[in-house]
Design a protein around this ligand. Structure first.
Ligand code: ARG
Length: 423
């Protein structure tokens, strides 16, 4: 009881089991940077509004800096009896600087504090994912440039359908990734509003300046409705949904590359640095990272389902259930970042092995038949038929916008090189 910040009205402490069941510090400590950032902005605003003295504010800011340093150096003791990241930091601050620290929680509640932390965390996480998506796009475009003339079979129903340029196929991934990035950018724009000052749910009677804290923390503006501010996790859902779509795209790429790496397709040989072997079958070289790209998409989709289900029955304003949003959110971001790194394109220059076009012409192709043979099929054939037969001719007959014809693909590739800043 004594050591809980909310212990005032309680006569008994919680049981160990309840403490273990309700704590979130084991994972929400990851929010510490944002929690401290928010506390500093809040303290500065309180001082600017005359709600704490400038002297107290300086003591608070200094204490928070010291705590941040301790955390970064791994010297901070996270305590389960302090429940969550907010109370751990605040209790440590009180221990460090005494009375002034007790004024920090003026016009604030953990309910608005947690959403602020989470929104700031999401902005940074989205930026990290966007950077990795761009890096992956660059790798794909470089690979496309390298194999500018390589023709591969295009499949429908997993049956060979029409020959296409490999760069055309690779740029189809680039386009999908661009939409994935766009969804994340939209999500970031929509979530970048500041809940601070909503307090528990109804706001406060004190003369706070929500525009100041919002601006200091680089939010677009304060959220307009205090109940909405502490209620909703739609921004988490949107982020998880955008991640899920991206993960499904990456999973499909993973699947395609697993197929290509098989003896049956033989279109690519993953370099040793991205393959694993078998303990019992020495001849094996397995494309495990690509399989795991496919596999990890499952948890990303699962994380979205978890939070959708979590939110569906909640009445408005804060409910403790919402604490359960963090682990799926963290998990989804970790998985997507890992998938974008895992896709073994870093070594892509070595991985496209045998010439794929060769596979196409292994058996006798129409173009290899003599004119006599063709005339036997139909007398209409003349020698100009060779200008139409063969995969190169077939590919170059495509001229429509967005098609696999080499003029189109080269133009498309140039556009992407410019857009991604590849010289
Ligand atoms: N740790 C909580 C969470 O992650 C935030 C604190 C609000 N808790 C409360 N009992 N009002 O959602």
């Amino acid at each position: 009881k004594e050591n809980k910040l909310w212990g005032g009205r309680f006569e008994e402490g919680v049981t160990d089991a309840v403490e273990r069941f309700t704590e979130s510090i084991s994972y929400d400590w990851q929010l510490y940077k944002y929690d401290i950032m928010g506390s500093k902005a809040h303290a500065s605003m309180l001082a600017a509004q005359g709600l704490v003295t400038a002297g107290d504010k300086d003591i608070i800011l200094d204490g928070l800096d010291q705590i941040e340093k301790l955390i970064q150096d791994g010297k901070f003791e996270w305590r389960k009896d302090q429940e969550d990241v907010h109370m751990n930091i605040e209790a440590a601050l009180i221990e460090k600087v005494g009375e002034p620290a007790k004024k920090l929680h003026t016009a604030r509640s953990r309910n608005d504090q947690i959403v602020m932390d989470l929104r700031l965390w999401c902005c940074d996480a989205i930026d990290k994912i966007l950077t990795r998506i761009k890096q992956f796009q660059v790798s794909l475009v470089l690979l496309a440039s390298k194999y500018i003339d390589l023709i591969v079979p295009g499949y429908t129903h997993l049956q060979r359908a029409q020959p296409v340029l490999l760069p055309h196929l690779l740029l189809s991934y680039v386009e999908q990734l661009e939409r994935d990035a766009g969804r994340l950018v939209n999500c970031r724009e929509r979530l970048n509003f500041c809940p601070l000052g909503a307090c528990a749910l109804a706001g406060t009677g004190l003369p706070i300046d929500r525009f100041k804290t919002a601006k200091d923390l680089k939010f677009t503006a304060p959220m307009k409705n205090s109940i909405d501010a502490v209620s909703d996790r739609d921004f988490v859902l949107e982020f998880l949904a955008a991640n899920s779509i991206a993960a499904v795209h990456l999973s499909r790429i993973g699947e395609e590359w697993v197929l290509w790496a098989s003896e049956e397709f033989g279109f690519l040989t993953p370099s040793d640095s991205v393959s694993t072997g078998s303990s019992i079958m020495p001849q094996k070289k397995n494309p495990d990272p690509m399989e795991l790209v496919r596999g990890k998409s499952a948890r990303v989709v699962g994380d979205l389902m978890t939070v959708l289900t979590l939110c569906k029955g909640l009445p408005q304003a804060y409910n403790r259930d919402l604490q359960e949003d963090k682990e799926p959110l963290f998990d989804s971001v970790k998985a997507v970042l890992g998938m974008l790194e895992g896709v073994p394109f870093r070594t892509s220059h070595e991985i496209v092995g045998r010439s794929v076009a060769l596979c196409l012409s292994k058996n006798c192709q129409l173009a290899e038949l003599g004119l006599d043979d063709l005339k036997a099929v139909h007398p209409v054939f003349e020698s100009d038929v060779y200008g139409y037969l063969g995969v190169e001719n077939a590919v170059n007959k495509f001229v429509s916008y967005g098609s696999t014809g080499s003029e189109q693909v080269k133009k498309h590739l140039e556009d992407w090189r410019a857009q991604l800043g590849i010289s």
